[in-house]
Design a protein around this ligand. Structure first.
Ligand code: SAH
Length: 215
């Protein structure tokens, strides 16, 4: 009886200390995200692609700097290092819950996208042996659903933290993606030619195209 009431009191305290609750949710959702990503990353690292394309240029430099800064800021946030508390802002609780919902949906979305893209996935820009053009499921109306899903995830997680620094880096991560997507499309156009050109006509880059573009 004594123990039971202790547990209830602890849960009550956790609920009242919303910051702590969001920090715990942040860690749990990140763990789920890594659970999905690691499996496909490992499978991709084991494949020897037919063509590997160089990923150089400003867009990739910005991406690397933004991702590293984002990682450092979320580690500081997770560990509740006092230094980062200056950038903690007072966001309404409902907005932080919206971040939790957005991030959880993104994990499910990214899992669906990975399972559809299958062995065509790679962390680098590459063409596999017998690389097939994927145009089904999340790829039916959008050319880069994974980039959208990943950015939706890191942005929603940033909203959950209610931390200005984390939010700024999450936005900076999004900036280079139009250029990165364009470079990927050039390689896919070289590989699939008219099939990809036709696929581009009936899809949107990051968001689903509703109406078909006339050729
Ligand atoms: N940009 C895509 C895929 C990211 S993974 C997205 O955001 O969903 C990167 C790899 O996917 C690239 O090496 C590229 O060769 C491959 N790829 C991208 N779109 C593809 C498609 N529609 N069909 C097959 N492979 C694709």
């Amino acid at each position: 009886m004594f123990l039971y009431s202790e547990v209830i009191m602890d849960l009550g305290a956790l609920w009242m200390d919303e910051d702590l609750l969001f920090r715990l949710l942040f860690i749990v959702i990140y763990a789920a995200f890594f659970g999905v990503r690691i499996r496909y990353r490992v499978e991709s690292a084991r494949r020897e692609p037919e063509q590997r394309h160089k990923t150089e240029g400003m867009a990739y430099k910005i991406l690397i700097i933004a991702v590293l800064s984002y990682i450092v800021s979320i580690v500081l946030y997770m560990l509740a290092i006092p230094w980062i508390s200056w950038s903690q802002i007072a966001m309404p609780s409902w907005l932080r819950w919206l971040g939790v919902i957005g991030a959880t949906s993104s994990v499910l979305l990214v899992a669906w996208i990975h399972s559809t893209l299958g062995r065509q996935y790679s962390a680098e820009l590459a063409i596999q042996k017998d690389h097939g053009l994927v145009t089904s499921g999340p790829y039916a109306r959008t050319r880069h659903p994974m980039y959208t899903g990943l950015n939706m995830f890191s942005f929603s997680m940033a909203v959950t933290t209610s931390n200005l620094l984390v939010l700024l880096f999450a936005v900076l991560v999004i900036v280079p993606f139009p250029w990165i997507a364009r470079m990927e499309e050039k390689v896919l156009l070289d590989t699939f030619g008219e099939d990809y050109r036709e696929y581009m006509r009936r899809t949107g880059r990051f968001f689903p195209r509703i109406r078909q573009r006339s050729s």
